[in-house]
Ligand binder design. Structure first.
Ligand code: GLN
Length: 239
């Protein structure tokens, strides 16, 4: 009995320390320890914050009215309706996700119907097959990607390409992005660059080989938020 009380006390003080150290973040980005505690109608997006431009994703999503949470531990996913896997270096990110148990947690999140949006390195992590060189991945979207596929010189620039999400061409910023070489039959292509799929989706997974968070155009993030809302509704119905 005594030892149980002791261990409860321990958890209590650990929680308090965590709450105190997170207080700054809480002000800007509310966290929810349980989904029921969320404000009704609010969408919360967890952004994997290891490296890369996660802050730019957060800024756009907040501008669109979503709440955002920086994800570095499995427990950060609690209460999230969607996850963003930002750009960066996919090899480094893969290693981190594995070390933190996030690799399995993200796959589980997807199985439950949670929406996931991968940009650039995030796209590589979501692919079912990675080439140049081959690399392990979450395998949540049926597609083959070629890392650094556009070549080093031509790889980083702004382009405009056709998209089904809007009438005007979509602005696409490429930074050593992968090429989507092949997609499964039931994968929908939402935008193209040089004839190649650059924005694709299937079910609750959205993938961009470019960086929509680095432009003023919110079209892609708006689309993702709609997916997140739908995914959450489905998960709620299945409960
Ligand atoms: N070239 C990187 C990789 O292979 C991706 C680049 C990016 O995310 N901007 O992981």
């Amino acid at each position: 009995m005594k030892s149980r009380a002791k261990s409860l006390k321990k958890i209590d003080s650990r929680e308090k320390t965590a709450v105190r150290s997170m207080a700054k973040i809480v002000l800007a980005r509310p966290r929810h320890s349980n989904p029921e505690g969320k404000r009704k109608g609010h969408v919360t997006i967890g952004i994997v914050a290891i490296q890369g431009d996660f802050a730019a994703h957060a800024a756009i999503l907040q501008e669109l009215g979503a709440e955002t949470v920086e994800v570095r531990k499995v427990r950060d996913l609690e209460g999230c309706d969607g996850i963003v896997l930002p750009g960066g270096e996919s090899t480094t990110q893969l290693q981190f996700l594995k070390e933190e148990g996030l690799f399995d947690a993200i796959r589980k999140f997807s199985r439950k119907g949670g929406a996931i949006f991968g940009t650039c390195a995030g796209a590589i992590l979501l692919a079912s097959e990675v080439r140049n060189p081959p690399q392990e991945s979450l395998g949540l979207l049926d597609m083959t990607v070629l890392r650094n596929g556009y070549g080093r010189q031509l790889a980083s620039d702004v382009f405009y390409g056709p998209s089904t999400l809007k009438q005007e061409p979509l602005e696409m910023v490429f930074i050593r992005g992968p090429i989507i070489e092949e997609v499964g039959e039931d994968v929908t292509v939402l935008a193209r660059h040089e004839g190649k799929a650059a924005l694709v989706e299937k079910g609750n997974i959205l993938v961009a080989t470019f960086h929509p968070e680095l432009t003023d155009d919110t079209t892609v993030h708006e689309h993702f938020l709609q997916m997140a809302v739908k995914g959450t509704a489905k998960a709620a119905m299945a409960r």
